[in-house]
Design a protein around this ligand. Structure first.
Ligand code: GTP
Ligand code: MG
Length: 301
């Protein structure tokens, strides 16, 4: 890397209740879709870095799982990953869905921030859905908690207000050398991003509890001479009945999932992709330490 003067660099954690728009904001800030986004809660399961240059500043954005009251082991591991992301960061941005500001999850996070004495930036998100006077009232109520240094009103979806936040972050991270090469977008291996793309389709195309019973891992990645890549993935489900639903009538569901995921992968990798999906029943994947390691989560929390 070329030596530069006047550089700044820092970690910026994006935290918030499930569905607040953290992953959408990460993608908007990076200018490319890295993190998967769905209308369902608890889409993100582990930390993902998105890296972006703003003038002489390198922002290392940390997308985290939504913070909620954990029950299952997987939920506890996700919440621990979210708070760990915040603890390590130079700046913390709390995203709040402006249309649902009174969510208990948001309340809990604000209380914990106040207790820790750590001040965050408030990003009131989804302003495209809310009337201006309502927004101001919501911002005022949240600001009075004392948890925040400053308030930003944004739409992570349309990009409204995001430049402002980006500039503020660029000025707020500490002076110092960049931690990543200037063309690096993420710390996530392509194999992991590819598994996420398939998991996104599971969330979009399956209903009820099923997306939460699913885990996806890339098993093999084979470069072909013609420049294309063959990707083999395993979709873990917990019961035989779930496998039947994922496969669908005469394999129609898995075919649709594979077709959409393959399209997304070709866009992400910018080349031809051959995608092979296998559905395996592993009743206890949700209690299996090896699966947690594959997800980048800590099993023992
Ligand atoms: N209208 C509107 N929708 C948004 C905005 N930001 C995000 N969304 C939508 O909100 C839903 C959740 O977005 P995500 O980015 O997945 O939210 P998240 O906070 O990462 O969710 P988890 O990973 O489940 O914690 C998706 O349907 C997004 O398209 C916004 O500014 N405006
Ligand atoms: Mg997310």
């Amino acid at each position: 890397m070329r030596a530069r003067v006047g550089t700044r660099c820092g970690y910026v954690a994006l935290i918030g209740a499930p569905n607040a728009g953290k992953s959408t904001l990460l993608n908007q800030l990076v200018g490319q879709k890295l993190a998967i986004v769905t209308p369902k809660v608890q889409t993100t399961r582990s930390r993902l870095l998105g890296i972006v240059l703003v003038g002489e500043a390198q922002l290392v954005l940390v997308d985290t799982p939504g913070i909620f009251a954990p029950r299952r082991r997987l939920d506890r591991a996700m919440v621990a990953a979210a708070w760990a992301g915040a603890a390590d960061a130079d700046q913390v941005v709390l995203l709040v869905d402006a249309a649902r500001p009174a969510e208990p999850d948001t309340r809990r996070i604000v209380d914990r921030l106040v207790a820790s004495g750590r001040r965050a930036l408030l990003a009131l998100n989804k302003i495209d859905l809310v009337r201006r006077d309502t927004l101001l009232a919501v911002a005022d109520t949240l600001f009075r908690t004392g948890a925040f240094e400053q308030v930003f009103m944004i739409s992570a979806l349309t990009g409204d207000g995001v430049e402002d936040l980006k500039r503020h972050l660029a000025a707020a991270v500490p002076a110092g050398p960049w931690l990543f090469p200037e063309d690096q977008l993420s710390d996530a291996p392509e194999r992991w991003l590819a598994a996420e793309v398939t998991r996104e389709q599971m969330f979009l195309q399956l209903h009820d509890e099923l997306p939460y019973a699913v885990s996806v891992e890339t098993e093999a990645w084979t470069e072909r001479n013609d420049g294309s890549v063959r990707i083999d993935q395993v979709i873990y489900v917990r019961r035989a009945g779930q496998r039947a639903i994922v496969l669908g009538d005469k394999g129609s569901r898995i075919k649709a999932i594979g077709a959409r995921a393959r399209g997304e992968l070709q866009r992400l990798l910018e080349r031809r992709v051959h995608l092979f999906l296998f559905v395996k029943v592993r009743d206890n994947w949700i209690e299996d330490p090896e699966r947690y390691a594959a997800l980048g989560l800590d099993y023992n929390v």
